[in-house]
Design a protein around this ligand. Structure first.
Ligand code: PMP
Length: 437
């Protein structure tokens, strides 16, 4: 079924009915009518290999999730003021994936809502407002979160940082100054956080919190140098601030080796916020917090969330965690991710435009540069590769401050055959773009 409306009709209606700042992927838009596993099917019946969307964590329309959702939706959906098994069952399962210090869960409806609730908790616990964020980060749609998102406020339409927002350098090892010794990268980048704390101290102020994605993804699939978060968390805590890990993109086992990306840095945050893959497409978010912070937040004001933690969402959340565990999807992500990364490195030997290959599990990036010495971003080439791949039926994205990083986050069920398919199309795309340059 191709749907009732042609692509041109939908574009026209979007223009007259919807916010003009809702963008559309690709110059020639795609209309999808069905999703199944790693595949998206367009209105002409063509199948595309989805290597981009990290929300459909277990693959599009995973039967276990659809079944859990439909069964619970047909039985009961209410709010958290009535007792139900699902919310406690889900809280037990979700917190069991986290370090033991993070034992209290709160359920919301999106990643933004999770970060927004984290800010309320931070304020209740510290009484402070000062924020330290990493450059080029993004944390959500609300005004208070746009204010914490250089990715938005530094760009067109943004108004720069507000007074309580302190931006530290992005710890991007690939673009570190050439004279920094490799073993000192963590310390050198962390010095930028110390500087922000000093700036506040000079005014008699202190940080309320530090928030960062544990692997900065919006900033271009950037892996922090080993020891960086440990160093930064120590500094922020010494100044009385809290540490919030935004795991909205990178969490739920995508990186393979661990459930949560902060674990790769050997730290335990005070609050971890999660979203996107949590419901395999069903709109959900959550946070997990230390008990003493939850207790500060319990200050007399009720917390009620109409939809958060409802029996249907919790049934979906349980099905997602069950499936990851039952089907060994973390192990799969680690294996297939390593295979893909090796394939990317092999391509890097043959295409000088590939400056850097980065990845952990099924969280992958390829940074393109005009020249490996100067590292001038090859933004147009990245876009061209994306378009060539789309023409060959493979979906990926571009990301980063210069939009020159090919971003791939395929679903956790990706197979070796899917990986070979992606590698073949990438090879053809690099070849096609090299021919036209
Ligand atoms: N944090 C990060 C790192 C994100 O990538 C996003 C969404 N792109 C959010 C928070 C906000 O999540 P949502 O769109 O579900 O509100």
């Amino acid at each position: 079924d191709a749907g009732r409306l042609s692509k041109a009709e939908i574009v026209k209606k979007r223009q007259s009915l919807l916010l003009p700042n809702l963008s559309i992927s690709y110059e020639e838009p795609i209309k999808f009518v069905k999703g199944e596993g790693v595949w998206l099917i367009d209105d002409r019946g063509r199948a595309y290999l989805d290597c981009f969307n990290n929300v459909c964590h277990l693959g599009h329309c995973h039967p276990a999730v659809v079944e859990a959702l439909a069964t619970q939706a047909a039985t009961l959906n209410t709010n958290t003021r009535y007792l139900h098994d699902n919310i406690v069952a889900y809280a037990e399962r979700l917190t069991a994936t986290m370090p033991k210090e993070l034992g209290i869960a709160a359920f919301v409806n999106s990643g933004s809502e999770a970060n927004s609730l984290a800010l309320r908790m931070m304020r209740a616990h510290t009484g402070r407002e000062n924020a330290i964020v990493l450059d080029w980060s993004y944390h959500g749609t609300t005004q208070e979160l746009i204010d914490l998102s250089p990715y938005k406020f530094r760009r067109k339409g943004g108004h720069g940082p507000r007074l309580h927002v302190h931006v530290a350098d992005l710890p991007d090892a690939y673009r570190a100054p050439a004279d920094w010794p490799q073993e000192e990268l963590a310390k050198r980048f962390a010095a930028s956080v110390a500087e922000q704390i000093d700036t506040m101290a000079a005014k008699g102020e202190a940080p309320g919190f530090f928030i960062a994605e544990s692997i900065p993804s919006v900033a271009g699939q950037v892996f922090m140098p080993e020891g960086y978060l440990d160093e930064v968390y120590r500094m922020v805590r010494a100044a009385g601030g809290l540490c919030i890990a935004d795991e909205v993109q990178v969490g739920f086992g995508r990186i393979g080796s661990h459930w949560w990306a902060f674990e790769t840095q050997g730290v335990v945050p005070d609050i971890a916020t999660v979203g996107k893959p949590i419901g395999n497409g069903h709109p959900m978010g959550a946070l997990v917090v230390r008990r003493e912070i939850a207790e500060s937040f319990h200050n007399g004001m009720e917390y009620f969330n109409t939809f958060g933690g409802n029996p249907v969402s919790c049934a979906v959340g349980l099905a997602v965690i069950d499936t990851i565990e039952r089907d060994g999807l973390r192990e799969n992500a680690a294996d297939i991710g390593a295979y893909l990364k090796a394939g990317f490195i092999e391509l890097q030997h043959r295409y000088p435009v590939i400056g850097d290959v980065r990845g952990m599990g099924l969280f992958l990036g390829i940074e393109l540069v005009e020249d490996r010495e100067s590292k001038v971003p090859a933004t147009a080439t990245a876009r061209a590769i994306c378009n060539e791949a789309r023409a060959r039926g493979v979906l990926m994205g571009t990301e980063g401050p210069y939009d020159n990083v090919l971003k791939m986050r395929p679903s956790m069920i990706f197979s070796i055959a899917n990986a070979d398919h992606l590698l073949g199309v990438l090879e053809e795309s690099f070849e096609a773009v090299a021919r036209t340059e």
